[in-house]
Design a binder for this molecule. Sequence first.
Ligand code: NI
Ligand code: MN
Length: 217
Amino acid sequence: MELTYLGHSCVLLKGKKTVLVDPFSPELEIPPSPDIVAVTHGHADHMGSAVALKRPTVAINEVAKYLKSKGIPAEGMNIGGTILVEGVTFHMVQAIHSSWIEEAGIGCNGGGAAGFVIGMEGRRVYHAGDTALFSDMKLIGELCHPDVALLPIGGRFTMGPEEAMIAARYIGAPLVIPIHYDTWPVIRQDPKQFRTALERTTDIRVRILSPGEKLTI
Ligand code: NI
Ligand code: MN
């Protein structure tokens, strides 16, 4: 499977299908026609162009309901559930965060926030979405054994590097990719410091990807 980081929280997974997670990037064009879109929660920096893409979209029930009202073929699900869409597995997991859908200055409750463990071609990718650290990340490791964990490190709206180090240990994925940092000054972080600290104290490897950079997993 090929993983492309598009900046912020946006990731494209390419296998037998293409899966675009959180279609928002201030740096790069959003790929126009992925097979499946997955949205972790209703905030604009994650929902992004989900409506404009008009692709089958996996999201928590409340976000899916909103997307359906816009004519998007959304697949609603909820935390703890697993669904199969075009041969790709989506397991929705907890995220400690909020969710709000805003359109033209009017907002509605987006239900909860979530993360995904996405399975394709025998590989599993955990995209944590926006979240604080929580100890049940151990369960995600125990249950899903992800090969890669995409973890927010920006702080302020999510966990920062210190918490993400503990998260990485709880999850136990051999590879961690930091996300959701440096997009704006308020979430400025040093990913190299995070990498050095985590690699010095564990067997976990950290790969820092620049927007547009690819990785085969
Ligand atoms: Ni958010
Ligand atoms: Mn966010």
